[in-house]
Design a protein. Sequence first.
Lengths: 478, 247
Amino acid sequence: MIGAIIGKELTEIRRDGRALGLLGIVGLLLVLGLTTGLATENAREREVLQAQADDSAVFLEQGEKNPHSAAHFSRMAHKPVAPLASFDPGVSSFMGQVIWLEAHSRNPAMFRAAEDAPELSRLENFSIAGVLTLILPLLVVLMGYGSIAGERERGTLRQLVGSGASPIHLLLGKFIVIAGVAFAVLAAAVAISTSFSLLSLSESGFSGGDLVLRGLSLLFVYGLYIVCLTAVTLLVSMLVAEARTALLLLLGIWVVTVVGLPRLSASIAEQVYPSPDSATFWEDTRASLQANRPPSESEDYVAVEREVVERALGRELRVDELDDLEINRGALRLEVSEVIDQEAYNAAYAELFANYEKQKNLRRMLSVLSPTIALQHLSRAYSGTDIGAHEHFSLEAERQRNDIVRAMNEDMMLNGAGESFGYLSPPEFWETVPEFDYRPPSVATAWSESARDLTILLFWGLAAMAAMFWFGADRTRV
Amino acid sequence: MSELLRARDLTKSFRSNTALNGLNLSVNEKEIVCLLGANGAGKTTTINLFLGFLEPTSGAAIVDGTEVTADLKRARSKLGYVPEQVSLYPALTGLENLDYFVRLGGGHRDESHLRGLLDQVGLDQGAADQKVGAYSKGMRQKIGLAIALAKGARALLLDEPLSGLDPSAANEFCRLLRQLADNGAAVLMATHDLFRARELADRIGIMKSGTLVEELSPESLDQAALEQVYLNHMHDDETVDETTEEA
């Protein structure tokens, strides 16, 4: 019986020019999303690779130079473009692409594409994820609003049920067709996007297997979204008397849950947990740095000095050895201040990212009203373009900053005794400073960090299906 | 002759309005019973109760020994239903519509059998392969009847099936009904059409305000009696609007 329903529904879609036209429009939008996404992310990736190469060349070819001077100039940590950023750019345009690894200062990421974009290039944000999130629900609504209400209006529902057809089978058949068509569109979009991303994997730090798993994860969560949408659409179509009423109601639900609430939730989250502006953040961080620095004669300070020297020498110092060592004391002070300030910087950035997490949690709570919010979190997480991915990059970049500043300070400390800041590192020294080899977190991290969003989306899917079948079971008005 | 349709003290109330009041009626195999009455007399309510679209307030609707409320699926499996407007899917051909309705009713017939049925109800083969969007009402009613035939329904419920048909189509439809009844079906038809009822029915039930007020044989209805029935019973009732009161 379900096979007959599926066959009939597909025949109607095939013969109905409007349905094919609608699918064509959605297809065009997806192609537009794919091409703009690929163009934007490829251009960004080229810029990153070029900047990385330039930065490396300048650093390695700087010749003889005081290492602290070089530490101020230092290196740039370039965040690789996530291969699925062309699918969902997420927050990458807003969080910055490059971190300047400078002595004394943990800098925020620079080069936020959103800041550089002129009004007209806002189309760059037009992505496949955007089309799927916004337009896929419309496709489902337009395909499904008349599924039951239309049959009721035409009188076919009465005849079908009167002939012995089961309303549940009717619902299930229509559900399979609508969700199936939407899923076919989704699968094509994800498959094409993932395939293009696989071609540009070499520089991103993601593995092919990881990328395929990310693609499958996206397919799963967007598939769940389709389940929610289809079940809600059929539920409304079943409960209202006329197809026109169902359409109006569903468009209203679309405006509220797909367009309105996700944006409103971001505004509410920002209102409740405001992100600090740059001036305030730095003012607070500077105050915290000052408060955290012990006097240079204090026991704490001396303990750090000892720790720094022991680490540089690779051995423990004798009790009174520190004062007698022939080392560059200026470099020692520099490294001690790096170690001490690190704690304050870590705390400041941890607070910043904790605030982002609070905002996300608040939006997560609001996703009980709109599955689109949970889907956005999942889509960004699986695409590697969420705040979690940026925080990972920020932490790794800070680790790199600590490593290279330490390498330069230790070179000056151990080799520049008595030369103060007149010490110059030899040209070959720069090649010993470790390169930033960033490995983005795997999809398993994204799975674990977004488990709550997945639970909410699963709940939505199950609740919508349960409601549809509960109302459909002998409660379908004919 | 076995009793295929039976209403036993069948009553349906919508809040304070009684749409059907203690109906007792039976339709045997090979028999056509027409229910006559004005709008709101309870004809459609009776059919809806047999189809299980409504639940009786009291009493029972019984199809071939199965009480509808006790086993709706089994009861429906024995029923064929032809409404006033047979609704079909305009993007499908007559044959595809027939096939779809039969499959959803739980049956399966091969194409040659379905074509034979369409032929039996008088739909030519060219029309069977046309989309029903272009069908006349008479052609749609024939498809409706073919659906009931394909299902092998023992009892047919028809709700104003002749309404809007031209005389020739109505004659043909009535001929088909007679043929079905002669082959063993029990037919219960709600209609406004006194003259058709007299020609077609084995028995005529007159309904008014939800009550079966008279049962007549067609032979007893001469011209004068017809006029009397019309004057007494065929004015619109003001009791219950069944179409809006259905649950």
